[in-house]
Design a protein around this ligand. Structure first.
Ligand code: 86X
Length: 528
């Protein structure tokens, strides 16, 4: 992977050799120089791995070289650099404004959980216990009692819910927090997709009635769909999790499921749970209704995490690097002057400034790359690597003709646009790029859903790296059985969800796995 030195160079623009245009630059390798010291050779700046040839390496390379991620010396932890953190901020701003409209308030609860609180609710914690990280020392002194770091905040928040909720006037109680959580995963870590520390929002709400809770679950899930489809241009399937796959502590779990065609794996995008009264029983969260009767509250919880960024990278990235949907791109348009030998560079800069101002006035996020120590071609590759949706080139001919050249990152189409139309055309092109990225991703995704009725066809589709939509009896034992029968080195198949949008299920249709009467269609697949 890229050396630290190179990342620094990308940032500071200090490199002057090794143009990206050169066909076969040296791969990173250690060399012994006469002094006997090992010297790390410069790593190539552009992408060296092809998405379809080695997807895992391609992903690692693209998140680092685009400037999204820096590696860190604690396994499973990554530095989110401005190039990725800004995407998180766009999504955060959107979601935060939406939940505030719903009457949900932000708050902040502590990072640490006492052992007593964490283990109060044993069934919920049981399977997760190995993932909990503990603080056991301060300096060299053992703590009297170890303190856990939150893997999720139910056990932090619900004891105080019990304290705050007395009567029906205290309801609904609807809180959210933006924070980090730590889960000491042992599966292979992947930036954004599976990390030991990640950022999320977690919403925790309490209602007097199940109907209110049900309603909120749906509304929040729709916000998650919008994050994926309208911001990240990633198609998702909305649905409900099976008994096996739902959050065990809750009543039911709804989900948005994405799919990564290169690996043939589904990936849980975000979840919105109705917890029912399970947690209110355990944490004794009662309220007195208007008739003076004591009842348990109905609760929900819901979250989306920095994983969304990884899904977006996997879906849209290509052999040249990152491809950012305009709605989340920090820089939507990059302007690059294309000077020729005898041309006054200041005149070029004036032209760039003029275009930049037009675009900024139209509300677009613009960057001028006027570094004079890189040739234009090098800059093109650099911004392609970083995924900027639209490039504007301005050369002497363009200035003469009162026009600019626009080049799309999604399909590399070029067009010349008259100066007086730049703002409108750039805005329109960004909309087209956003729409096109979603359309292309959805076409590919739709081709990855195979509808089957029999076990043979199910296995065939699965081995063909597809998701499988199959009529199912919805029995827990049958899902466990399918898992057991598909267990291999690529991982077992499970239900991703039962889509809300269900195809017709004619009377007499039987389950693909058990032959029992089918109750509904379920979407199956291998998954992350
Ligand atoms: C499940 C459930 C739920 C609030 C959400 O999905 C939305 C936001 N929480 C989270 N879950 C755990 O409960 C859990 C608990 C422990 Cl102790 C752990 F180490 C890991 C966990 N992972 C997931």
């Amino acid at each position: 992977m890229s050396s630290e030195a190179n990342q620094e160079e990308l940032q500071n623009g200090t490199r002057s050799t090794n143009k990206q245009g050169s066909k076969k630059p040296p791969k990173e390798k250690k060399e012994t120089v006469p002094s006997g010291k090992e010297v790390k050779k410069e790593t190539k700046l552009g992408m060296t791995v092809k998405k379809n040839e080695n997807f895992g390496d391609w992903y690692s390379e693209v998140v680092v070289k685009s400037g999204m991620i820096e590696y860190y010396d604690v396994s499973g932890c990554y530095i989110l650099r401005p190039w990725s953190y800004a995407i998180w901020e766009v999504l955060k701003d959107f979601f935060d404004a939406e939940i505030k409209k719903l009457g949900i308030q932000n708050s902040y609860f502590p990072l640490f959980v006492s052992e007593q609180a964490l283990t109060k609710e044993k069934d919920h914690i049981e399977g997760f216990a190995p993932e909990v990280a503990w603080v056991t020392k301060s300096g060299n002194t053992e703590l009297e009692v170890p303190i856990a770091i939150r893997p999720t905040s139910e056990t932090v928040m619900y004891p105080v819910f019990a304290k705050w909720i007395r009567g029906h006037r205290d309801l609904p109680l609807r809180l959210n927090q933006w924070c980090n959580v730590v889960r000491w995963e042992f599966k292979h870590p992947t930036p954004f997709i599976r990390s030991r520390e990640f950022l999320w929002q977690e919403g925790h709400t309490a209602f007097a009635t199940k109907e209110e809770a049900d309603e909120e679950v749906k509304i929040v899930l729709e916000l998650y769909r919008k994050i994926y489809e309208e911001y990240l241009a990633v198609p998702v399937v909305k649905g409900i999790k099976s008994e096996v796959e739902k959050f065990a502590g809750g009543l039911y779990t709804t989900t948005v499921e994405a799919f990564i065609p290169n690996t043939g794996r589904g990936i849980q995008g975000a979840t919105s749970h109705c917890l029912g009264q399970n947690f209110s029983k355990m944490f004794e969260i009662f309220f007195e209704d208007d008739k003076g009767e004591r009842s348990l509250v109905w609760q929900n919880s819901w979250a989306f995490t920095t994983r969304v960024i990884g899904v977006m990278v996997m879906i849209h990235g290509d052999d040249k690097g990152l491809v950012l949907p305009p709605k989340v791109a920090t820089v939507q348009v990059v302007i690059i002057p294309v000077p020729y030998k005898n041309v006054d560079f200041n005149q070029m800069l004036d032209a760039c400034n003029e275009v930049s101002q037009k675009l900024e006035s139209a509300g677009l996020r613009v960057k001028q790359d006027t570094r004079d120590n890189y040739p234009p071609g090098w800059k093109y590759s650099d911004w392609e690597l970083k995924g900027v949706p639209l490039r504007i080139e301005i050369g002497p001919k363009d200035i003469e003709n009162k026009q600019v050249r626009m080049v799309r990152r999604d399909n590399f189409e070029k067009e010349d646009v008259p100066l007086e139309k730049v703002a409108q055309r750039a805005a329109d092109l960004l909309d087209e790029i956003q729409a096109n990225l979603f359309k292309k991703a959805k076409e590919v995704r739709d081709l990855c859903i195979k509808k089957v009725f029999t076990w043979e066809d199910f296995i065939e589709a699965l081995n063909d790296k597809k998701m499988v939509l199959a009529p199912w009896c919805d029995d827990v034992e049958v899902e466990e059985d399918v898992k057991a029968r598909t267990k291999g080195d690529t991982g077992a198949a499970k239900t991703l969800c039962m889509p809300f949008e269900q195809p017709d299920l004619p009377d007499g249709t039987v389950c693909f796995a058990s032959g029992k009467p089918a109750k509904r269609w379920a979407l199956w697949g291998r998954s992350y």
